[in-house]
Design a protein around this ligand. Structure first.
Ligand code: C5P
Length: 302
C-alpha cells in the first residue's frame, strides 16, 4: 500500500512579533493563510526510514533525520511503539527555506501519510500535538484554510475567509535562516510590544475584499529580512510598479508575496516580475487552500 498526501504552502497576512521569550521563541499574533502551492509526500513500506525528494529545489532539501518528514515519522512511531520504517518521497513544489512553511508542510504531510499507512488511527488532537512538537508552523500546515496562531504560532484559532485571494509569489536566490531573521528582528526591535491580531485585517479576510486586505497586510519580520537581504527591496518595488495592490515578505522570507485584484492582474504581475530580473521565478496561486489531504490511498482530509 502507498499513501500520498498533498499539503499547501502558507503566507502570513499578519505577523506581529513580541519580544524574545526565555525559551528563545517569540510570542506571535500570526495570521496564516494557506495558498495553493503544494508539496506531495508519498509513504511506502520499507526496511528502514528513508527520504527521497524530487522537484526544482530538490538538491537543497536535507534527506537525513533533520528533515521534518523524517522527524514526523519518528515521533508517530515512538508514540505507538513501532519502528519508523517507511520510505517518504517528497515531490517538492514549495520554495525551500523561503518563508512559505515548505519544511513544515512536509512534516504535516508525512505525519498524515504514516498514520494512514500504519493504521495508527491517531486522533486529530494527537496529530496536532505532534505537529506542535515538530515546529511552530506545522499545526497550520495540517489544518490549512486560515487561522490565527498565538503562542509561538502553534495555538490555532480557525478564521473565516469570504472569498478567493489572488497572489503572486517571487522566489529569491537562496534561502534565509528563520533563527537568523528572528535574531535580526531582536537587534532592530529591542522594545517589541505584545503582539495583537489586527481586527481590520480579520474583517478583510472575512469579507474577501482584496483592497481591504491589501491595506491591512503587515509583517514585523520584513525589516529584518530586508536588512539581511537588501535586494528584496527591488523585488518588492518591481511588483508594486507592476500593479500589485500590496507587496510583502512572506514570513521570514526571502520569498516575496504580491496581492492582486484578480487572476488576470496576477498573471501580469508575475510576467513583469520575471522580466524585472529581481527574482529567480514568479508564479501565481490562490488562497485559501485546504490543509494536508490524502489524495491517494484513502480519503481523509484534516
Ligand atoms: O518552531 P520552529 O522550529 O519552526 O522555529 C525555528 C526557529 O525560529 C526557532 O528556533 C526560533 O529561532 C525562531 N522562532 C521564534 N519564535 C517563534 C517561531 C520561531 O523565535 N514563534
Amino acid at each position: 500500500m502507498t499513501v500520498t498526501v498533498r499539503v499547501p504552502a502558507k503566507v502570513n497576512v499578519q505577523l506581529a512579533v513580541g519580544p524574545a521569550r526565555p525559551d528563545g521563541f517569540h510570542d506571535l499574533a500570526n495570521v496564516f493563510l494557506a495558498v495553493g502551492l503544494y508539496d506531495e509526500v508519498t509513504a511506502t513500506p520499507a526496511d528502514a526510514l528513508r527520504i527521497t525528494c524530487t522537484g526544482p529545489d530538490a538538491d537543497k532539501v536535507p534527506l537525513d533525520r533533520t528533515n521534518l518528514a523524517a522527524r514526523a515519522a519518528e515521533l508517530l512511531a515512538a508514540r505507538y511503539g513501532r519502528s519508523p520504517d517507511v520510505h517518504l518521497h517528497i515531490a517538492k513544489d514549495i520554495p525551500v527555506a523561503g518563508g512559505m512553511a515548505g519544511g513544515s508542510a512536509d512534516g504535516a504531510a508525512a505525519l498524515v501519510a504514516c498514520d494512514a499507512l500504519w493504521g495508527t488511527g491517531a486522533s486529530r488532537e494527537e496529530l496536532l500535538e505532534i505537529c506542535a512538537e515538530l515546529g511552530s508552523d506545522v499545526p497550520f500546515s495540517l489544518v490549512g484554510g486560515a487561522a490565527l496562531g498565538t503562542g509561538r504560532g502553534e495555538r490555532l484559532t480557525p478564521l473565516e475567509v469570504g472569498g478567493t485571494f489572488h497572489w503572486v509569489f517571487a522566489a529569491a536566490d537562496g534561502g534565509l535562516s528563520t533563527p537568523a531573521v528572528y535574531a535580526e528582528f531582536d537587534r532592530l526591535t529591542p522594545h517589541a510590544g505584545p503582539p495583537e491580531a489586527d481586527p481590520v485585517l480579520l474583517a478583510a479576510l472575512r469579507t474577501g475584499d482584496p483592497f481591504a486586505l491589501a491595506g491591512a497586510l503587515s509583517n514585523d519580520l520584513q525589516p529584518a529580512a530586508v536588512s539581511l537581504r537588501p535586494s528584496l527591496k527591488d523585488t518588492l518595488a518591481a511588483g508594486t510598479k507592476a500593479g500589485a495592490l500590496a507587496a510583502l515578505v512572506s514570513g521570514s522570507g526571502p520569498t516575496t508575496a504580491f496581492l492582486a485584484e484578480g487572476a488576470e492582474a496576477a498573471r501580469g504581475i508575475a510576467e513583469a516580475l520575471m522580466a524585472s530580473g529581481t527574482c529567480r521565478s514568479a508564479r501565481t496561486a490562490t488562497s485559501p487552500a485546504p490543509g494536508a489531504t490524502i489524495v491517494s490511498g484513502s480519503a481523509t482530509s484534516f
